[in-house]
Design a protein around this ligand. Structure first.
Ligand code: ADP
Ligand code: MG
Length: 355
């Protein structure tokens, strides 16, 4: 057979590049929603409402009561690398480690139909804008792409429709809307536990009752009760730990030795972002294994504040997994606290049964 002739190398068109990059960042509807929730919380919101249709593929809508977006900023809102959260390069090490540094809305606009309605305190009305491929777009053929004045309260409503409409292979890969909705409820539930002082509701379009509903005033144990049930909420113990040398602080609510589930629930926040960590999960499970019956697993809500200069988010393209310095040492401190908490509860129990 003849040798294949090399084909010439050509640059991809910018829109193809944008679409590929966006599809890597946002793999499933839940990833878009995570960005939108974090934006709403960053905007100082105290109320978040989420509406979902077809597991988020048809519709993801999030309404907040935060500071809103200036009308003047709407033209560049969805451009790549436009952000209000970071100005100098040095800021990168101290903040902005989890967001997509101005990439979230841009990414969404490349792979979905995106519209924004927003009102600041100073504005006399709300403004609605539609976006496509990072830029303002006209809502209907022939109409102007300029933002339009509408009635509305202070805050922002982001509407994402037909996610992956222009990536048919991705669209086809989603077999079940209810599976995607379950991931969404799991994520909203995490933030609803963590963001004390913020109300959350999340429901499926057409449903009268909410999948998740947490009032603003609910404390953390109440939040856990609402979302995970009273069985676990009545068996929680709290601990706090800090260590200057490893640059961290943490606060946790964990199930005691009376509670045992089929699977571990680990609600892990690092610097107020929900993340996964297999290392922490394994270590915690290991620690619990001596306290729980065989096959039993704990519930753990763990919020870690780590000096941002010690955190590396660039280990996972979607930034769901993070690494940080002195991981082993920090995990050891946490596991010691867990052990301490569990044995304390154990002694009081045996003391009570003896008396
Ligand atoms: P980043 O969050 O990394 O800045 P995004 O693309 O997520 O990038 O958002 C771009 C900018 O849009 C934010 O910096 C913020 O100023 C503004 N923004 C996005 N969502 C909201 C919201 N819900 N309320 C107020 N401002 C928002
Ligand atoms: Mg963001």
């Amino acid at each position: 057979a003849p040798l294949p002739v090399p084909r010439r190398i050509k640059a991809l068109a910018q829109e193809v590049v944008n679409k590929i990059a966006a599809g890597e960042i946002i793999v499933a509807p839940v990833h878009a929603l995570k960005e939108l929730i974090e934006n709403a919380v960053d905007a100082g919101s105290t109320a978040l409402e989420i509406l979902v249709k077809d597991g988020g593929l048809k519709l993801l809508q999030i309404t907040d009561n935060g500071h809103g977006i200036d009308k003047e900023d709407l033209p560049i809102l969805c451009e790549r690398f436009t952000t209000s959260k970071l100005k100098a390069f040095e800021d990168l090490t101290s903040i902005g480690t989890y967001g997509f540094r101005g990439e979230a809305l841009a990414s969404i606009s490349h792979i979905a139909h995106l519209s924004v309605a927003t009102r600041t305190k100073e504005s006399s009305c709300a403004w609605k804008a539609v976006y496509a491929d990072g830029k303002l777009a006209s809502p209907k053929p022939g109409q102007s792409a300029e933002p339009k004045p509408i009635a509305g309260r202070q805050g922002t409503q982001i509407t994402v429709e037909d996610l992956f409409y222009n990536i048919p292979s991705r669209r086809r890969a989603f077999r079940s809307a209810s599976e995607e909705y379950a991931k969404i409820l799991d994520l909203v539930g995490r933030y609803a536990v963590h963001c004390v002082g913020v109300s959350f509701s999340c429901k499926k379009h057409g449903d009268s009752s909410s999948g998740i509903s947490v009032p603003m005033s609910a404390g953390i144990v109440d939040r856990i009760r609402q979302i995970h049930g009273s069985t676990v909420a009545t068996e929680l113990v709290q601990f706090k730990a800090a260590n200057d040398r490893w640059g961290f602080k943490c606060e946790a609510w964990i199930s005691n030795a009376n509670y045992s589930a089929k699977r571990t629930s680990l609600l892990l926040f690092i610097n107020h972002r929900s993340v996964e960590s297999q290392v922490i999960r394994k270590a915690v499970e290991q620690t619990y294994s001596t306290f729980l019956p065989k096959g039993g697993h704990p519930f753990i809500y763990l919020s870690l504040d780590i000096d941002p200069q010690r955190v590396d988010v660039n280990v996972h393209p979607t930034k769901r997994e993070v690494h940080f310095l002195n991981e082993d040492e920090i995990i050891a401190v946490i596991c010691d606290e867990i052990r301490g908490s569990l044995s304390k509860v154990d002694t009081s129990r045996s003391f009570m049964t003896q008396s």
